[in-house]
Ligand binder design. Structure first.
Ligand code: HEM
Length: 234
């Protein structure tokens, strides 16, 4: 197989894995937006959505395999690009796509480990109160990290969908791919995600530490802190 053929194959695998993973990511980002309605709204939406995306088949076929595939192919393409000396400056949209991809690449395994693998291993779930706990326990920087994660996920997915569509020969209407038709909905979605994170971080309304659940207890324990005394002292 020539280098060009290998590259074309990698591009298709990268696009297909991103497309498949988007099925989960859309629900995940939507649930974050629901946090602006408070605990009931967030936990209610997540509970409904989890019935769908926390089934073994979905988690393996739509989440784990596509995500790991996307990560491996992305790293392979970055390395091949560097080796081939293709270091030119692409258009801003693609540069933003790459920067957001690199940020996601750097944090995604930690994020999955903390929010899915650890709860799975300890038979707990991460709810609105537990997310609030992490932002109180680790401080404002953690809320900002969640916001950057949400904005990168929103942009990378939206832009990735337009690239992936054209990889498979489907060209969405120009009005949706470029200009305000792209930036207005994507910007609005990113703002809604940021507002969701600010909400569970307690920036807009008081959040009762009574909502901190068993996940928070385990996390506090892990860092040698007692949840009840932490709640009283803060
Ligand atoms: C958390 C999940 C994700 C991570 C960690 C991630 C990471 C990356 C990385 C590191 C790259 C390579 C950037 C570069 O070439 O410098 C990339 C490229 C790409 N991603 Fe993702 N991605 C994720 C989700 C998605 C989703 C949901 C889509 C939706 C379709 C997507 C579509 C793409 C596409 C099409 C490219 C190729 C862009 C190009 O033409 O160079 N990604 N991704």
């Amino acid at each position: 197989m020539t280098a060009a053929e290998t590259e074309r194959r990698l591009i298709r695998i990268q696009a297909a894995s991103g497309l498949t993973f988007s099925l989960f990511l859309v629900l995940h980002l939507l649930s974050t937006m629901f946090a602006s309605g408070g605990e009931e709204s967030f936990d209610g939406f997540r509970e409904g959505a989890r019935a769908f995306y926390q089934t073994a088949l979905f988690e393996i076929v739509v989440v784990a395999i596509p995500l790991l595939t996307h990560l491996c192919v992305s790293v392979a393409r970055i390395v091949r690009r560097r080796r081939a000396g293709r270091n030119g400056k692409p258009a801003l949209r693609l540069r933003l796509h790459r920067w957001s991809g690199w940020f996601l690449l750097a944090v995604i395994l930690g994020h999955v480990g903390a929010t899915r693998i650890a709860p799975l291993a300890t038979d707990t779930q991460v709810g609105f109160g537990d997310l609030n706990f992490t932002t109180v326990f680790f401080g404002v920087g953690f809320a900002i990290y969640y916001m950057v994660l949400g904005v990168c996920g929103t942009y990378h997915m939206a832009n990735g969908l337009t690239i992936a569509a054209s990889v498979f020969g489907f060209r969405p209407p120009k009005a949706l791919r470029m200009g305000p038709g792209f930036w207005v909905p994507v910007g609005a979605a990113a703002i809604a995600v940021v507002i969701g994170v600010a909400s569970f971080s307690g920036w807009f309304f008081e959040i009762d530490p009574a909502s901190w659940g068993s996940s928070s207890e385990l996390l506090a324990d892990f860092y040698g802190s007692d949840l009840e005394s932490f709640a009283k002292d803060r």
